[in-house]
Design a binder for this molecule. Sequence first.
Ligand code: C2E
Ligand code: CA
Ligand code: CA
Ligand code: CA
Length: 285
Amino acid sequence: DVALYYAKDKGRNNYQFYTVSLSAKTPELWNLEKSLRHALERQEFLLYYQPRVNIITGDITGMEALLRWHHPEMGIVAPNIFIPLAEGSGLIIPIGEWVLREACTQNKAWQQAGFPPMTIAVNLSPKQFRQPKLVETVSAILEATGLESQYLELEITETTAIENLDFTTTVLRKLEQMGLLLSIDDFGTGYSSLSRLQVLPFHNLKIDRSFIQELAIDEKVGHIIKAIVDLGRSLGLRLIAEGVERSEELNFLKSINCDDVQGYLFYKPLSAQQATELMGSKLKK
Ligand code: C2E
Ligand code: CA
Ligand code: CA
Ligand code: CA
């Protein structure tokens, strides 16, 4: 009855995984899970959008959709808290479907408003990725929203990808044939080797934020990041760095020819309205 796990992002070396059994759930978590059951029908979810930029030109190349829960009493609840609950209870399936639909609808609306087309990236949880109807659901949502498949990107973590390589290969091939973009998320946290992942039809590789964070503390991390970029490049992947906050980090990533960056140095996650205003202001220039 293992229902809950947290991955605390405290840097790569002391990544901690907690496993909590259902019976050990605190009253607070029970209550949170109870209200999570009604969050969809009460329309308490919203998406934020974090732009990803080309490291050379600074142009926005895409947006990552990031889920937020507006709890009536607690205010905004971060995904690191409620996604493990949703994953454990199975609620992640309808919630994840809502995220996909909302992200596609928004991206289509931006295109119809005349903004240059770009990809919208959606995170898929392990359970969501393994649901038998995923491909069908994605295809129905693209159809319903009218978004072309090339403008939807799906991010799955390295750990999700390697857990059942045969299954992953089958599903990813189908999605790739449909024309979607596929990304390996949080790369470097799963202790797997890129060579095992090379059989999978990924387009992008996102280097986990914990590496970028450690750059300032430990110079040697730079060698690891460079090795990931070089190997990723040789496998034909586009390299994206997460969590870039400082100009020194940016300069280092430029020097090793990373492709795209995402982080507070450029943009924090934006509300739909803020993201729309940002794109409008770029258009005028
Ligand atoms: P992630 O996929 O690695 O997403 C990047 C996270 O890093 C986001 O946190 C983003 O706000 C944060 N971030 C980006 N740049 C910076 C930076 O420069 N500095 C710092 N300190 N943080 C930065 P967020 O939005 O809290 O999301 C946390 C995680 O929750 C995501 O990590 C993803 O694993 C999960 N998540 C978010 N939305 C969804 C969703 O719709 N479905 C699923 N299954 N998971 C989601
Ligand atoms: Ca992600
Ligand atoms: Ca990450
Ligand atoms: Ca993640």
